[in-house]
Write a protein that binds this ligand. Structure first.
Ligand code: BGC
Length: 873
């Protein structure tokens, strides 16, 4: 009997086999739902020095299994196939579709390219033109394969013979550039022609030298140049290789992009463009610049330096357009401008198709909200978020900015020649193109919208790095935001590679004493953030984000890679706390944005900041211990476990009072103490849970938590027997609550519970975004408790199905693409009966913990159970 294998065969945490950074990339494959368990596999590697097969290996493993062949050398390519034996089959399955693994440039010595850019003087201030660089070359022998390895100081888009290379945007993304700069690998075989060719790139300022940060920000953070570093390697049919690398033979020219900034937008003067700049036949013609316009001139490039040892192959998917959204309404206004509503707060940019006289200027402004018919630009602070296109004239012109992005639902367009039609201004959604892996549905439309909003906020904030918000002059990798949202993120999308990469930067930016920065990459900040100080909840990202990654993927390598950063963070806090084991000194953000905190002092919430700090200290110490245990480091495992216990003791000694009361009688205090298991004794924990439920009830079932308590409160209620209270909190529509923004038409998660206040005014504080992931961390509870899908072992090797219906919901479902295959649960309540369907991937086991039923063990496959339920359904 044969079984088809769900592909594709993949390598490491990458979607693509091209440009792999590992010489021995680990290999994964999926089996379809319903397949019998795998009990053996065989891998076949062809191409790296011949053929290697593992033979039949008795093993259920199929996630990140070791590379059985010889290590790949730079550029080496191997064809990989797998077949499996399942428990009920006599012979092997059919071979999988082959997948190609191709190594990137693994040695610094592989690089001959140098960064090249315009040689004109660096403009200290004012608008700076974006450059284009190019080189002509001849292909005189047949081509077998061609690869372009490219990166930039700044951001780039490559072209070859008049066409884009790839469909990525804002490459190479953002890393701690001084220490690591990612490069992309493109297969350009089909874009080359015999005879003359031209390769080139548009260059923008991006994160490298564009203005970044609040209070005016800083320019040139990583350097003053705008350069491209590229190596085109052409393999010919006779085995020879032609390498076209950026060097002094290239030319540069100012481009028609006369201003570009991630925050401010882009200005493009199409009159300055030569659309054929990257086509060979036009080289001579374009060299003669138009009369009176020197800008068309191509001049020798300036050659800069880059240590090739700092170049790293891109391991995560690129940023690209993932969706196009048409305006849902267009209002023409008295001044001749238009107001467009896209019906969805999104991140990206507008693509226009416009026809008008030369020199007409079309200006596109963006904002997340409108008030009284005007764009609400206050929350953008000093991000201008405006693009401008100056027409060349003579027919329909299509344009979209290249080197910026905006967070917006609304836009105004001024200067549009003629009548604006919906299809002439389409919003294009951009983010890191992570595969979607998690689904959630439920019968309540408001809760469903809340969940959809979480997904949209994730899309808007996972753009090259995980950010706090995408619209204002910030867009930084705030560590606390990532820490609280990572479990939700990892469920919804495969963002393991992106988070892994970001954590590498966390480790690079960590101070030698263990201090984890507030945001990563670090940029110069206001005095509050510079010099960097350690802060609970934020710094703990170094421990808890790798832990979340491990739980999701089961990949010990990820824990290992980030272990040192995690440990030295906890060591630092241990020193700060001293023998008391209480971290009760220094600056803390506390339960940031607790709704009772004054609008201009979000750290001054109802919960003692040091209670939170000590709670996190204990939680992180425990996670370092758990990581050490997985990594086989018994000494550390024991040391940090003991430490975690001592901290928990100290926590109780200092913050726990009679009757399960805490010194801070706040929702967040109880939520952290319960969720982090700090109260130990079951009776005290229940008392604390009762008090938490009471506080929630006394607050009219309105939320009272900020960034710290919000992800934990529903779990704390559920685990202490107050599931119905958690549901009342979830179902609340009055401010503050999760559903209040939904009733106000929110299409993303807001930064504040009242970013838009009940009186219809915007929260006047300068820190008011409409697209922040943190408060959306409740989605993790929706997945685990409402739908009931819980990872019970790393990588979902074991699953717990524990739905806890409530809140009047009549159905819910969750499904998730795990390393072992798709897992899912759905339930409906009809006529007093709960119908549950659960799907367990091959080789996994599950426990069903259904209301009113004893625990049941499940093997792989789909299981249906019906349980009578009491109550109002
Ligand atoms: C960011 C947050 C961040 C916070 C920390 C804000 O400006 O948007 O999400 O965590 O600062 O203070």
């Amino acid at each position: 009997m044969t079984h088809s294998i769900i592909g594709p065969v993949t390598f490491e945490h990458s979607l693509y086999g091209l440009g792999l950074g590992a010489a021995c990339p680990r290999i994964s494959w999926r089996l379809p739902v319903g397949s019998p368990d795998q009990d053996a596999y065989e891998l076949e590697i062809q191409g790296n020095g011949g053929m290697t097969t593992t033979g039949r290996l008795a093993s259920p493993e199929r996630s990140l299994v070791p590379w059985p062949g010889k290590p790949l050398r730079s550029r080496e390519r191997a064809r990989v196939r797998v077949r499996v034996w399942t428990i009920d089959s006599e012979g092997p399955s059919q071979w999988s579709e082959p997948a190609w693994a191709e190594a990137a440039l693994l040695e610094p010595g592989d690089w001959v390219a140098r960064p090249v850019g315009g040689a004109w003087p660096h403009e200290e201030s004012g608008d700076r033109r974006a450059a284009r660089v190019r080189r002509e070359f001849t292909v005189d022998r047949p081509v077998v394969a061609a690869r372009l390895y490219a990166t930039a100081h700044g951001v780039y888009e490559a072209e070859l013979n008049g066409a884009r290379v790839g469909d990525d945007a804002l490459s190479p993304g953002w890393t701690v550039y001084g220490k690591r700069l990612k490069y992309q690998t493109y297969d350009v075989t089909s874009q080359l022609v015999q005879g003359p060719n031209v390769i080139g790139a548009w260059l923008g300022d991006g994160w490298y030298r564009g203005r970044l940060g609040f209070h005016g920000g800083t320019r040139d953070i990583y350097g003053t140049d705008q350069s491209w570093l590229a190596q085109l390697e052409i393999l010919h049919d006779d085995g020879s290789v032609t390498t076209i690398a950026t060097d002094g033979s290239w030319q540069a020219s100012p481009s028609p992009i006369i201003m570009n900034s991630l925050y401010d937008g882009e200005v493009h003067d199409a009159r300055l463009d030569d659309p054929d700049w990257s086509r060979p036949s036009q080289l001579e013609a374009s060299r003669q610049s138009e009369p009176g316009n020197d800008d068309g001139c191509w001049t020798a490039v300036a050659v800069r330096d880059r240590d090739p040892a700092t170049l790293e192959p891109e391991g995560s998917p690129p940023v690209r357009c993932t969706q196009e959204v048409m305006p849902v309404s267009i209002t023409s206004r008295d001044d001749g401008s238009y107001l467009l509503d896209y019906g969805q707060n999104l991140v990206g940019r507008l693509a226009i198709a416009v026809d008008g006289p030369p020199g007409s200027r079309v200006t596109l402004r963006h904002a997340e909200e409108v008030l009284d018919g005007e764009l609400a630009i206050g929350p953008l602070r000093e991000a201008r978020a405006a693009d401008e296109y100056i027409l060349r004239g003579g027919g329909t012109e299509r344009w979209e900015p290249r080197f910026t992005f905006h967070g917006f639902r609304y836009a105004t367009i001024t200067g549009w020649p003629g009548e604006l039609r919906a299809e002439s201004a389409i919003a294009r959604v951009y983010h890191t193109d992570m595969p979607r892996t998690g689904e959630f549905t439920c019968s309540d439309p408001l809760v469903q919208r809340l969940h959809d909003n979480v997904r949209w906020s994730m899309r808007g904030n996972f753009l090259a790095i995980p950010t706090d918000c995408p619209a204002r002059d910030e867009r930084l990798g705030w560590t606390g935001d990532v820490q609280v949202f990572a479990p939700t993120a990892l469920f919804l999308y495969d963002c393991a590679a992106l988070l892994d990469s970001w954590l590498v930067d966390v480790g690079l930016e960590q101070l030698p004493d263990g201090t984890v920065p507030w945001y990563v990459p670090v940029i110069p900040g206001a005095p509050m953030w510079t010099p960097i100080r350690p802060g609970a909840g934020w710094g703990d990202a170094a421990v808890l984000t790798p832990a979340a990654l491990y739980l999701e993927t089961g990949d010990e390598e990820l824990l290992r890679r980030h272990y040192r950063a995690a440990r030295i963070w906890v060591d630092l806090v241990t020193r700060l706390a001293g023998p008391s084991r209480l971290w009760d000194t220094g600056f803390q953000l506390g339960d940031w944005l607790d709704p009772t905190a004054p609008a201009n002092n979000p750290a001054a919430g109802a919960t003692d900041r040091y209670l939170i700090a000590t709670a996190y200290f204990a939680w992180s110490a425990r996670h370092v211990s758990l990581a050490a245990r997985v990594l086989g480091n018994v000494a550390d495992a024991e040391e940090y476990e003991k430490l975690a216990e001592e901290i928990a003791d100290a926590f109780r000694g200092r913050y726990l009072m009679e009757g399960g009361r805490l010194t801070s009688d706040s929702q967040t205090a109880y939520a952290v103490a319960i969720a982090f298991g700090l109260l130990e004794d079951g009776y005290v924990t229940r008392q604390a849970g009762n008090r938490l439920a009471e506080l929630v009830r006394d607050n009219g079932y309105r939320i009272g938590t900020g960034f710290i308590g919000t992800p934990l409160i529903c779990d704390a209620l559920t685990s202490t027997g107050h599931t119905e209270t958690a549901y009342r909190l979830l179902m609340q529509t009055e401010c503050p609550s999760w559903l209040y923004p939904v009733t106000q038409g929110a299409t993303t998660i807001w930064e504040r519970w009242d970013s838009l206040r009940p009186d219809g005014t915007l929260n006047p504080d300068g820190m008011t975004s409409f697209n922040h992931v943190a408060l959306g961390a409740v989605a993790d509870w929706l997945h685990r408790v409402v739908a009931g899908l819980v990872p019970a072992a790393p990588g979902y090797r074991k699953i717990l199905f524990r739905p806890r219906p409530g809140g009047g919901l009549t159905s819910a479902s969750a499904s998730h693409e795990t390393p072992w295959g798709r897992v899912g649960i759905s339930w409906q309540i009809t006529r007093g009966r709960l119908h549950v369907a659960m799907t367990v991937p091959p080789n996994c086991t599950a426990t069903a913990d259904l209301p009113g039923k004893p625990l049941t063990a499940l093997l792989s496959g789909t299981h249906r159970v019906v349980v009578p339920v009491e109550g109002a359904w």
